[in-house]
Design a protein around this ligand. Structure first.
Ligand code: ING
Length: 309
């Protein structure tokens, strides 16, 4: 019996600095309902989907910093989204800024994505590993990308969960540019990787890359899918957000590396595809049969770092 799963990639347009969590939840719920009306069982939202991309500004004010973060999930503002999803029997993946206060009072800030099953249960949580940008204020930039000031890397690495009838993993934005992201999950038998992103079209360290933003985005998503025999869903928060033009081009990639659905606007839009999770085996049991063709001992540079399998 084929394992089909209909997935919606729910792209968001800009979120304004003054847009409330409640305002975002209204938009997210509308996207969810659109996706559900088109048969979706799983809806994937972007990175930091509850706020504007606040690392574009630098502040040392602790209260202002933490005003962008969620201490609980769900919480008062997001409970309506969880309730509506459960009512519709639709699962979702949501990106947000997570504040964790340890028993010892330590405070940790993560760039987080959760996976919520169709019964409303949160079955997975991922905290972004590759934190891009810079640690301190760089006033010479047209806008900041101070993620390394706001977030610490997730401590757990890349996990894969049994959910939605398959093996599901998550990654966030810059993670998608690193091959290890996909390979670690590929070695855990992933069949569907969910990735939200916020990607400005201007890259201050090397502006000649600006014209290649769309190419590089689809390049890494397609390669990650193909080289690990998995579906990959890349979901943008795009458009001109607080004056910063950000990449959209949300798309769903098959294990062949082909695009099976994509968004055509830079706003709130759902791209839908009915995935056959068994299709992964056409690549995992042939070209990329890891047990038969991979030689881990020859990947010694990675092994020396202790990261390889
Ligand atoms: N954003 C970016 C990304 O990797 C970036 C970092 C910005 C890369 C601009 C290139 C150009 O897509 C996040 N949020 O990781």
């Amino acid at each position: 019996m084929a394992r089909h799963l209909t997935v919606g990639a729910a792209q968001m347009g800009p979120i304004g600095r003054d847009e409330s969590r409640a305002d975002c939840v209204v938009r997210l719920t509308s996207l969810l309902e659109d996706a559900a009306s088109r048969g979706c069982e799983l809806v994937v939202f972007p990175e930091l989907a509850l706020t504007t991309f606040f690392p574009r500004w630098f502040t040392d004010d602790a209260d202002e910093m933490e005003s962008w973060f969620e201490a609980d999930m769900p919480n008062t503002a997001t409970q309506p989204l969880f309730d509506r999803a459960k009512e519709l029997g639709v699962g979702f993946s949501l990106g947000y800024a997570e504040l964790v206060v340890g028993a010892d009072g330590t405070r940790h800030r993560y760039n987080t994505q959760i996976l919520v099953e169709r019964d409303g249960t949160t079955v997975g949580k991922y905290r972004k590993v590759h934190i891009p940008g810079h640690e301190s204020n760089e006033p010479g930039r047209p806008f900041q990308h101070a993620e390394r000031h706001y977030f610490e890397p997730g401590p757990d690495g890349f996990e894969v969960w049994n959910a939605f009838g398959g093996r599901v993993g998550m990654a966030i934005c810059n993670d998608r540019r690193w091959p290890e992201t996909y390979r670690v999950m590929g070695l855990k038998g992933v069949e569907l990787i969910l990735i939200g992103y916020n990607t400005p079209l201007h890259y201050e360290p090397d502006p000649q890359q600006n014209a290649l933003a769309g190419f590089h985005n689809h390049l890494v998503l397609a390669a990650g899918a193909y080289q690990n025999g998995t579906y990959v869903v890349g979901v943008a928060k795009g458009g001109i957000e607080e004056g910063v033009d950000s990449l959209a081009q949300t798309a769903i990639f098959a294990p062949s590396g082909q695009i099976v659905a994509q968004c055509i606007t830079t706003g709130d839009e759902v791209a839908v595809a009915r995935l056959d999770l068994d299709f992964c085996s056409f690549y995992n049991n042939t070209l990329f049969d890891f047990d038969r063709y991979r030689i881990p001992k020859h990947y010694r540079l990675i092994a020396e770092e202790g990261g390889g399998a």
